[in-house]
Design a protein around this ligand. Structure first.
Ligand code: NAD
Ligand code: WQD
Length: 337
């Protein structure tokens, strides 16, 4: 299939482009490069041995996206483009509503104008808020606790409504748990701007010496060792799930909402120990107060993804640490990996 990837030059989008190309699909990247490096398409071309079409556009520009879809007809869209920082969403709500919700409406209008009826959407486990218990199934109550999360839920509802009313033939809302890792080639990976908010990029920057120590936010949670527990998922497993999801909705014309996680929880201290063992790099720690809004523990029940797509995560926490480190080390010019 020829598939449009909005936000395809970003972290998860670029890995999905690589996997789609390997599976014989033809990814077309649409990105405004607001949060992506310019040379990602060139790196993807080296990695896959194929030129990948790139459209530089903003998803909110319906006219430009419609025109692009007319010149590059696609059978489906995988919609990654969004703003994704929780703190920023609370500081600037209108920007988040505009980029995420208005942007998705504009994209859907362009899709409707050219008759593209299939979408895979990047949702997030953040829609579950503080869950009652884990593992979390897809029918657990949603309770968003910040504006970023609310935009994800509104976009999910929009997509389900369009599918229910026959305006979309197939749709998959994919709720990611905590994506980490990089392509094992170290040719693509995650490049956060400024001080990383997320744990793994912070850990890798401590390992390169860019940051002195890791602040562990809270060691008094009701978990095995008192630190927060999450379901980290390797970005390559996530990318493979997207390929299977788009193939599934194309084959069956269905609308589904599906968790993508490993089903296993890992605490902050467990992740740091795994990183140290895998890479041989020491991560100095400082225990700091809990981060406001953080949940003690959550992890997925990923059984539905296996049942529908035949997918399950194959990579473990050691793979995640090794590949995150390879990427960060290559960026920092460190050659001991
Ligand atoms: P990312 O920022 O690396 O990728 C997003 C891409 O979209 C970037 O390349 C950016 O330049 C582009 N973009 C942003 N606004 C755009 C616009 N208006 N028009 C065109 N392009 C635009 O983020 P990511 O981590 O790859 O996340 C991809 C998706 O997955 C997002 O929707 C995010 O909310 C969701 N998600 C991410 C995580 C995570 O922890 N990384 C977890 C759950 C869900
Ligand atoms: C993981 C654990 C922290 C940094 C966020 C978003 C969520 C989703 C993914 C998009 C927690 C601890 C972290 C640090 C630490 N994004 N930590 N020191 O908060 O589960 O999820 O990213 O949809 O919406 O909220 O991920 O990586 O920030 O934190 O101790 O410097 O690591 O307290 O327990 P989180 P995270």
């Amino acid at each position: 299939m020829r598939i449009l990837l909005t936000g395809g030059a970003g972290y998860i989008g670029s890995h999905t482009a690589a996997v789609l190309a390997e599976r014989g699909h033809e990814p077309v990247i649409l990105d405004n490069f607001a949060n992506a490096e310019r040379d990602v398409p060139a790196r993807l071309a080296r990695l896959t041995g194929r030129e990948i079409a790139v459209i530089e556009a903003d998803i909110r520009d319906t006219e430009q996206v419609t025109a692009a879809l007319r010149t590059q007809p696609v059978e489906a869209v995988i919609h990654f483009a969004a703003l994704k920082a929780v703190g920023e969403s609370e500081a600037d709500p209108l920007r988040y509503y505009d980029m995420n919700i208005a942007g998705t409406i504009r994209l859907m209008q362009a899709m409707q104008a050219v008759g593209v009826g299939r979408i895979v959407f990047s949702s997030s486990a953040t829609v579950y808020g503080q869950p009652e218990s884990s593992p979390i199934l897809e029918d657990a109550p949603t309770r968003v606790e910040n504006i970023y999360g609310r935009t994800k839920l509104v976009m999910e509802d929009l997509i389900r409504d369009l599918a229910r009313t026959g305006k979309l033939a197939g749709a998959a809302n994919l709720r990611y748990f905590n994506p980490v890792g990089a392509h094992p080639s170290a040719m693509i990976g995650e490049t956060p701007r400024g001080v990383p908010n997320n744990l793994m990029p912070y850990v890798t920057q401590v390992a390169t010496g860019e940051r002195a120590h890791l602040n562990v936010f809270g060691n008094d949670y009701p978990t095995r060792d008192g630190t927060g527990e999450r379901d980290y998922i390797h970005v390559m497993d996530l990318a493979e799930a997207h390929a299977l999801a788009v193939e599934h909705i194309a084959a069956h014309d269905v609308s589904v909402t599906v968790n993508l996680g490993t089903g296993r929880g890992t605490t902050v201290l467990e992740l740091v120990r795994a990183f140290e063992t895998t890479t041989g790099r020491k991560i100095p720690l400082v225990f700091a107060p809990r981060r406001p809004g953080d949940v003690a523990s959550y992890y997925a029940n990923p059984a539905l993804a296996e049942r529908l797509f035949g997918w399950r995560a194959r990579r473990d926490v050691e793979d995640m640490c090794r590949d995150s480190w390879r990427w960060q080390a290559s960026r920092a010019g460190i050659n001991d990996v």
